[in-house]
Structure formats: structure tokens, C-alpha cells
Write a protein that binds this ligand. Structure first.
Ligand SMILES: Cc1cc2nc3c(=O)[nH]c(=O)nc-3n(C[C@H](O)[C@H](O)[C@H](O)COP(=O)(O)OP(=O)(O)OC[C@H]3O[C@@H](n4cnc5c(N)ncnc54)[C@H](O)[C@@H]3O)c2cc1C
Length: 217
């Protein structure tokens, strides 16, 4: 298999042993969420915008209103940086200085391009929808022509990406180890709550997409 280049801008310099560049590891971090933050510079002003995404193979798809300033700007070929973050736990040390977090995060640099092919556009919307709630695509009405026209879909190649991962206990200084302060990890999870049926919904039975999500956490 071809070895991927690690460019200088993605090489993790601060605590380099936490840097991970393998595509499979990076994909796993992408696939456990559907929320990313995308930054770009317009007229010298840096912006950052949270947005949903879906991944298939080496491509990240994002979508939104065809009037979205971010999407219009990215469509024109602007450079972007994209980040996803999972916090797995608070790392509570004996000293405040050594408090930390266990996390998995990815930073991706690149450019986006417009998805113009109708089939790919529909497929991309399905990928995003399925990444957010698997199965929902087959339960709800599909986008119609007007809705498709009002929606822009962009794709971003996953070429230049790095992950950074922290795991494990606090790293207290030796001289602090005997201090009478609770230290350890407070694990953190993201979860869904009890579904709240809309007043317009006549169906009491929960759809498969929600049942599966509640089963798998
Ligand atoms: C949930 C969370 C909380 C954090 N809290 C803090 C904090 O409070 N203070 C703090 O100093 N740092 C924190 N970090 C680490 C922070 O993300 C940076 O890694 C760190 O600050 C070093 O920044 P730098 O610009 O010097 O990195 P450098 O090592 O110089 O970055 C070089 C390149 O490495 C890659 N890289 C750097 N960081 C990450 C990352 N987190 N994920 C993926 N790729 C990365 C990027 O491609 C970047 O361009 C936190 C990280 C996470 C995920």
C-alpha cells in the first residue's frame, strides 16, 4: 500500500507522540460524529462555522443552503481547515497545571468542490443523512427537485489530515503524588435523550432509526 505523505502543516509538533496519520484511524474518528467545524478566511477575516458532514471513503460531504456564504466561498476554491473533536474524559490531576482531557480529534486541510452530478448529489445527501441518523433516509420523504436546487453539496478530499489522541491517566509531577487530592479520570459520553413526538405525528411507535440508535447508544 502507498505510504501517505505527512506534510509539515499536519505534522503534530506539540506532543508529537499523540499524532496519528493512518487513514483508518482518522476515518474512525470522523465516523463517530456528524459535526465538524470549518474555518476559512474571507477578506483577511478568519471565520469558523459548525456544520454537519458525512464521510464515504476518502471524501467528506457537506451541504447547506445554496445561499450559504460559507458554501459559496468554499465553492469558489478557497482554502479551508476542518476539525472534529471527541472528548472522552476529564483528566483530573493533583495539580491544576496537569489537568487535561482525553480526546480524539482530527484536523483536515484542503479545498472543497461543488458536486454537480445529480446522482452523486443525492448519494451525498444520503451519506450525510445516514451519518447523522442511520436509517432515517428510508423513513422520511426524499428531497424533491426544488429542494435539491435550493441545496448545495460540496465534497472535500481527505488528503492532508492528522489526528491527535490522548488517552490514559493524569501525568502528575512526582513531588505531588502524595498530595491528598482526588485524581483520576471522569469519563465523558455523548448520548441521546427520550424522543419527544411532534404534535403533527400520529404514529406512536418509534421508527427503526431511533430504536437502533437507542440500542447502540
Ligand atoms: C478536546 C481538546 C481540548 C484541548 N485543550 C487544550 C488546551 O486547553 N490547551 C492547549 O494548549 N491544547 C489543548 N488541546 C490540544 C490542541 O488541540 C493542540 O494540539 C495544542 O494546543 C497544540 O497546538 P499547536 O498549534 O501548538 O499544535 P502543533 O503541534 O504545532 O500543530 C501542528 C499541526 O498538527 C495538527 N494538530 C494539532 N493539534 C491537533 C489536534 N488536536 N487534532 C488533530 N490534529 C492536530 C494540525 O494539523 C496542526 O496544523 C486540546 C485538544 C482537544 C482535542
Amino acid at each position: 500500500m502507498k505510504k501517505r505523505q505527512v506534510s509539515d502543516r499536519i505534522r503534530v509538533k506539540r506532543i508529537p507522540e499523540r499524532g496519528i496519520y493512518g487513514r483508518e484511524d482518522i476515518n474512525k474518528i470522523f465516523d463517530e460524529t456528524f459535526l465538524c467545524h470549518i474555518s476559512f478566511v474571507m477578506d483577511g477575516q478568519p471565520f469558523i462555522i459548525p456544520t454537519a458532514f458525512g464521510r464515504k471513503e476518502d471524501v467528506i460531504y457537506i451541504h447547506g443552503s445554496s445561499k450559504s456564504r460559507m458554501l459559496l466561498h468554499l465553492e469558489s476554491g478557497a482554502d479551508l481547515a476542518l476539525a472534529v473533536t471527541h472528548v472522552d474524559g476529564l483528566v483530573l490531576a493533583k495539580s491544576l497545571f496537569h489537568h487535561s482531557m482525553n480526546y480524539r480529534s482530527v484536523v483536515l486541510y484542503g479545498k472543497a468542490c461543488l458536486v454537480t452530478d445529480k446522482n452523486e448529489k443525492m448519494e451525498a445527501l444520503k451519506i450525510i443523512s445516514e451519518q447523522i441518523l442511520k436509517g432515517r433516509w428510508n423513513e422520511a420523504r426524499l428531497p424533491n427537485e426544488i429542494e435539491l436546487k435550493a441545496t448545495t453539496v460540496l465534497k472535500i478530499q481527505i488528503d492532508e489530515a492528522s489526528a491527535k489522541v490522548r488517552t490514559g491517566p493524569p501525568g502528575d509531577d512526582k513531588k505531588d503524588l502524595d498530595l491528598e487530592v482526588w485524581s483520576g479520570i471522569l469519563p465523558m459520553y455523548v448520548g441521546f435523550g427520550e424522543p419527544i413526538k411532534d404534535s403533527s405525528s400520529s404514529i406512536d411507535e418509534l421508527p427503526q432509526s431511533i430504536l437502533k440508535k437507542m440500542d447502540n447508544g
